[in-house]
Design a protein around this ligand. Structure first.
Ligand code: FES
Length: 93
């Protein structure tokens, strides 16, 4: 369990720490989650609006699906199954 479902509104992305930090986005089509670990060399990305930016070499990713916007990273952030279960946001690792 990462948080209460009510903690995240439609259109929002927030980071939740559970070991790693996972960035969870709630869109009109549901929840998605990506890992904080940059696929370039493993730094932790940071949330900036709808994007995740890596402070080490400047890669950026879409928060909603982890896809690369700008390199040097070439691979998407790792994504996870995340659902609302009994009023909680639950991630499957
Ligand atoms: Fe993220 Fe290099 S580790 S851009």
């Amino acid at each position: 369990v990462l948080a209460k479902s009510t903690d995240l509104a439609v259109g929002e992305t927030k980071g939740y720490k559970s070991g790693n930090t996972f960035f969870v986005t709630r869109s009109s089509s549901g929840l998605s989650a990506v890992d904080e670990t940059c696929t370039h060399q493993g730094c932790a990305v940071e949330l900036s609006g709808k994007e995740l930016h890596c402070p080490c070499h400047g890669s950026s990713f879409m928060a909603a699906d982890g896809k690369v916007i700008n390199g040097p990273a070439t691979r998407s952030l790792k994504s996870y199954v995340v659902k609302d279960v009994d009023g909680n946001i639950v991630i499957t690792l």
